[in-house]
Ligand binder design. Structure first.
Ligand SMILES: O=P(O)(O)OC[C@H]1O[C@H](OP(=O)(O)OP(=O)(O)O)[C@H](O)[C@@H]1O
Ligand SMILES: Nc1ncnc2[nH]cnc12
Ligand SMILES: [Mg+2]
Length: 211
């Protein structure tokens, strides 16, 4: 008995179920970067004189851009780590909470928040970091990461790198294996990546700011 030739529907569903090639992913990522970069807004002298504030909220106002952002972050993580997802995504209070959980869900990872002091119940670990004026602290729940779990720290923007560096310390204090840091935008001129002890992935870079 001869079997029926495959229908065009079979062919289409087989194509859909295959992961995209590296070249297809790279061109999808490149297209997304252009549209995401164009949607960022700048506000001069916010929150204090001299700061060129980059507003990422338009990326979440438009569902198509929002989808494109999460997809681009997913592609960037998979390209970096041989297609392997981390066990845990750690997102930083507050803007890291806007996309960290969606990215974790997409990657099949758990999500753990790093919060400003006094917000998390139960036993916590604490790490300090330098801000423009004085010191601040971040906290994480002690059971958020199990020893040996692979962890990616995510936040919207890396400026001086103080916040992300403190989050990296918290991951290590809990015995996690820090595989790197992921940001939507890097303010290159502040050289924040020099403070981080792991690979740094950034979707967009703003090399013109501060000049
Ligand atoms: O690299 P750094 O110099 O540490 O700066 C980057 C951080 O600054 C902003 O957070 P901020 O705490 O100002 O505000 P948020 O609560 O809105 O996230 C931004 O969301 C990053 O988390
Ligand atoms: N210039 C900037 N714009 C938006 N968020 C920031 N966080 C630190 N610096 C920032
Ligand atoms: Mg923040």
């Amino acid at each position: 008995m001869t079997s029926a030739p495959p229908s065009s529907t079979d062919h289409a569903s087989r194509l859909e179920s295959q992961p995209p090639s590296a070249a297809a992913s790279a061109s999808e990522l490149a297209r997304a970067k252009v549209e995401l970069q164009a949607a960022l807004r700048h506000f001069a002298d916010f929150p204090i004189p001299g700061i060129d504030f980059v507003d990422i909220l338009p990326l979440f106002a438009n569902p198509a851009l929002h989808a494109s952002l999460i997809r681009a972050l997913e592609l960037q993580v998979r390209a970096f780590n041989d297609g392997k997802a981390p066990d845990v995504i750690v997102g930083l209070d507050a803007r890291g909470f806007l996309f960290g959980p969606s990215l974790a869900l997409r990657l099949g990872a758990s999500f753990a928040p790093v919060r400003k002091p006094g917000k998390l119940p139960g036993p916590t670990e604490q790490a300090s970091f330098e801000k423009e004026y004085g010191q601040d602290f971040f906290q994480i729940q002690k059971d958020a990461i199990r020893p040996g779990q692979t962890v990616l720290v995510v936040d919207d923007i890396i400026a001086t790198g103080g916040s992300a560096s403190a989050a990296g310390k918290l991951v290590e204090q809990l015995g996690g294996t820090l595989i790197g840091f992921l940001f939507i935008l890097e303010l290159d001129f502040l050289k924040g990546r020099d403070k981080l002890n792991g690979p740094v992935l950034t979707l967009l870079r703003d090399e013109e700011m501060g000049k």
